[in-house]
Unconditional design. Structure first.
Length: 497
C-alpha cells in the first residue's frame, strides 16, 4: 500500500512547552492507523498539525509524495484531508441534506437548487450504504447516525484521508458495529483512516497498524497483529510490567464495619456500566485504567453529577433513590474535579471565599457566616494545608496550581466530609505539593474517612489505596485487594492479558 500521508521530524512547541518532538508518522491508502497515547501525549497536536490548525515548527508533511503546508482546516479539506471530531459539529435544527452540503450548496440564479441538493445528499449517504430520509431534521437522528452524517459530509469533498477523533465515545455496542462496517467499506475504497480512541478492544478490532505517542514523542509503530495488549499499555504509560517491584498496599485496621457507600451494577448509557463497589470507613478505593476507561464517569455517578440509568446506590445500607450533588453534600460526600480551573476554583474570588463557599452552601444562604468567623476558619485551613502565600484575601487565580489544588481540598475539609471523591488530585502540580496531598489523604484514611481516589500515576494508586477497581473500555474488570495490588497487576488487568 502506498503512503498517503507522511510526516518526518515534525515538532511543535507552545510558549516553550514541547508538544511534539521529532515525530514521524505515515498513513497508507486503504488502512486504519490507530493513534494511541495518554492525556498530553501529543495526539491532538499531531492531528491539528496535519489538518492546518497549527503550523509545525520543524519537519515536513507530504501528501501522496508531495510536500504540503495546509494553512487552515478548510485548506486541508481542499487537499483531501477531512476530520470528524468526537462531538458532532453540525446544526441539529437543519435537515440532513442541508447539513451534508452546508456551505457548498448547489445554487442557481434563483438560489439553492433543492433537487440537486437532495440528489447529492442521497448520493453521499449511499456511499456509506445508509438509507436515511435526507429531509429529516438532523436532531431527530440518533448520535450514531449523526456521526455517520458527519462522516458522509467529510467524504463529500473527495477526501483521501479521514481522521476520526474519538468517534465511538458516545456510541453503544450496536452503533459501534455499524460505524465499523462503514469504516471497513471506506478502507475498501482506498481511503486512509487515522483512528483515535482509548478503547483497546476497538483498536484491535478495526486497526491495521498502531502508533503510540508519549510526552510528545513517537514511541513506535507496529502492525496491530504483532503488538499484544500488554505491550500496547506498557508503551502508552512508559512502564514495563516485568520490571516493576511490588509495593505493599495499605491495610485497613478494622474492615468489619458496614459499608458507607455501595453500588450494584450502576451505569449510564454512553458512559460506563456494570459497576459494583463497597466502601467502608478507613478505606481508600482506587479507580485505575487508561484515559477514557471510565474512571471519571464512575466518580460523577457516585456524586450525582450524572444520573444513573441502571443499578442502585446505597448509603449506610439504605437505597438512595435520587442522587444529586446537593444531596451528596448533605450525606457528607465531597468531590474534587480533575479540571480545577473550569469545575473547581472561582478565579476572581479570594482564597477565603473559595475555601468557605461549600460550607456556606451547606449552612444555607440565610445563615451567613460572620466575617470574623470566616477569617478564623480560612486561616485555620490555610495553615493546616500549608497554602502559600498564606494571604486569605488574595484572589485564588494568583496562586500556583499546587496551592490552588490544596485550597480546593481545604474547601472539602471545611465541611468535614466522611467520604472524599478525588479525581486526579495531584495532576499538574509540583512534587512537594503532591507529597503533601498524598500525606493528607493517608491521614484522613487513618482518621476513619473514606476516599475514592483516581490518578493516572499507578505508583500513587498503589501507595495510597486499600483496594483498586480496574476499568477497561468503560467496564469494570476486577477489584484488587491487599497483596494483589501492584503496578504490574494493574497494568496486566488493564491490558486484559
Amino acid at each position: 500500500m502506498a503512503d498517503l500521508v507522511q510526516l518526518k521530524g515534525v515538532g511543535k512547541s507552545f510558549l516553550g512547552t514541547v508538544a511534539l518532538s521529532d515525530v514521524d508518522f505515515d498513513l497508507r491508502a486503504g488502512e486504519v492507523h490507530a493513534l494511541m497515547g495518554e492525556n498530553g501525549a501529543g495526539k491532538s497536536t499531531l492531528i491539528k498539525t496535519i489538518t492546518g490548525v497549527y503550523k509545525p515548527d520543524s519537519g515536513t508533511i507530504c501528501l501522496e509524495g508531495s510536500p504540503i503546508q495546509p494553512h487552515s482546516p478548510a485548506d486541508a479539506v481542499r487537499l483531501g484531508i477531512s476530520t470528524v471530531y468526537q462531538e458532532v459539529n453540525l446544526v441539529p435544527n437543519l435537515t440532513v441534506m442541508e447539513n451534508l452540503l452546508l456551505g457548498r450548496e448547489p445554487a442557481g440564479t434563483l438560489g439553492i437548487r433543492w433537487r440537486e441538493l437532495r440528489r447529492r445528499a442521497e448520493q453521499a449517504l449511499g456511499r456509506l450504504s445508509l438509507n436515511i430520509d435526507v429531509r429529516a431534521p438532523l436532531g431527530s437522528l440518533s448520535i450514531a447516525l449523526q456521526q455517520m452524517v458527519a462522516i458522509a459530509r467529510a467524504l463529500d469533498v473527495s477526501a483521501k484521508v479521514l481522521i476520526l477523533d474519538e468517534p465511538t465515545s458516545s456510541l453503544d455496542a450496536d452503533e459501534v458495529e455499524s460505524l465499523f462496517r462503514v469504516i471497513k467499506g471506506l478502507k475498501a475504497q482506498g481511503i486512509g483512516i487515522v483512528f483515535v480512541t482509548h478503547f483497546l478492544e476497538q483498536v484491535y478490532e478495526i486497526s491495521d497498524r498502531i502508533t503510540v505517542l508519549r510526552n510528545g514523542k513517537r514511541v513506535g509503530t507496529w502492525n496491530a497483529a504483532d503488538l499484544s495488549r500488554l505491550e500496547l499499555v506498557s508503551n502508552m504509560i512508559g512502564r514495563d510490567p516485568a520490571s516493576l517491584d511490588r509495593v505493599e498496599s495499605r491495610e485497613v485496621e478494622d474492615a468489619s464495619g458496614a459499608a458507607i457507600l455501595s453500588a450494584r451494577q450502576i451505569g449510564r448509557r454512553g458512559s460506563v456500566r456494570g459497576v459494583d463497589l463497597d466502601l467502608k470507613g478507613g478505606e481508600t478505593l482506587g479507580l485505575a485504567g487508561l484515559l477514557g476507561s471510565g474512571r471519571t464517569e464512575v466518580a460523577r455517578l457516585l456524586f450525582g453529577i450524572d444520573g444513573l440509568d441502571s443499578g442502585e446506590l446505597k448509603v449506610d445500607g439504605s437505597r438512595v433513590s435520587r442522587v444529586r450533588p446537593g444531596h451528596s453534600i448533605k450525606l457528607g460526600f465531597g468531590y474534587l474535579s480533575e479540571d480545577r480551573k473550569r469545575e473547581g476554583i472561582f478565579p476572581e474570588l479570594s482564597v477565603r471565599e473559595n475555601v468557605l463557599i461549600l460550607l456556606q452552601v451547606k449552612r444555607g444562604w440565610y445563615r451567613r457566616l460572620p466575617m470574623r468567623r470566616q477569617e478564623e476558619l480560612a486561616k485555620e485551613l490555610v495553615l493546616r494545608l500549608r497554602i502559600s502565600p498564606p494571604d486569605i484575601e488574595r484572589p485564588i487565580q494568583f496562586l500556583s496550581g499546587g496551592n490552588q489544588q490544596k485550597a480546593l481540598l481545604a474547601r472539602l475539609l471545611g465541611v468535614e466530609p466522611r467520604l472524599l471523591i478525588l479525581d486526579e488530585p495531584t495532576r499538574g502540580i509540583d512534587v512537594g505539593a503532591k507529597f503533601e496531598i498524598m500525606s493528607l489523604v493517608e491521614d484522613l484514611r487513618k482518621a476513619g474517612r473514606s476516599c475514592v481516589f483516581i490518578s493516572s500515576e499507578l505508583a500513587e494508586v498503589v501507595r495510597t489505596c486499600t483496594k483498586v477497581l480496574v476499568l477497561r473500555d468503560r467496564h469494570p474488570v476486577r477489584t484488587l485487594t491487599g497483596a494483589e495490588i501492584s503496578e504490574a497487576s494493574i497494568i496486566t488487568e488493564i491490558a486484559g492479558h
